[in-house]
Write a protein that binds this ligand. Structure first.
Ligand code: 5GP
Ligand code: ZN
Length: 120
């Protein structure tokens, strides 16, 4: 029977739920490896989160798959070109002390305005 359960899905993970399409998100990119959607609480004119479809806790874990990390980075760059002037800030909050609140790795792509030093 069509078992669509993703082996790489983590229970109670909000971004796994978004990847599965079970809660809506304003998607700006998707492919077989990553999806990107607008942050619900934007801190810049363009504030997009790029996430791997498969659950990985943080960028340390993602770095075990260098090609996936590189792909995610190039998707971030393309989004900054498509939605803004091409310049962007890429942030991976890693660990609660550093401000990570969702433990499904995501790159924040901030673009479309002058980003002050020390700003998110
Ligand atoms: P973190 O603090 O883990 O680096 O970033 C988590 C980000 O995810 C926050 O900027 C927050 O606004 C965003 N976020 C959390 N839940 C949702 C959601 O359900 N939908 C969207 N679009 N963004 C979310
Ligand atoms: Zn997840």
């Amino acid at each position: 029977m069509g078992n669509t359960v993703n082996d790489h899905r983590a229970p109670d993970c909000v971004f796994c739920t978004i990847v599965a399409g079970e809660i809506p998100a304003d998607r700006v990119h998707e492919d077989d490896q990553v999806i990107a959607f607008r942050d619900q609480n934007p801190k810049a004119p363009v504030h997009v989160l790029v996430v791997p479809r498969e659950h990985r806790r943080d960028v340390r874990e993602l770095a075990e798959q260098p090609e996936l990390l590189a792909h995610l980075t190039s998707v971030a760059a393309r989004i900054a070109s498509d939605l803004a002037d091409g310049d962007f800030r890429l942030i991976f909050n890693t660990g609660a002390t550093a401000g990570q609140s969702v433990f499904h790795v995501h790159a924040h792509v901030l673009a479309g305005g002058t980003l002050a030093e020390g700003e998110m």
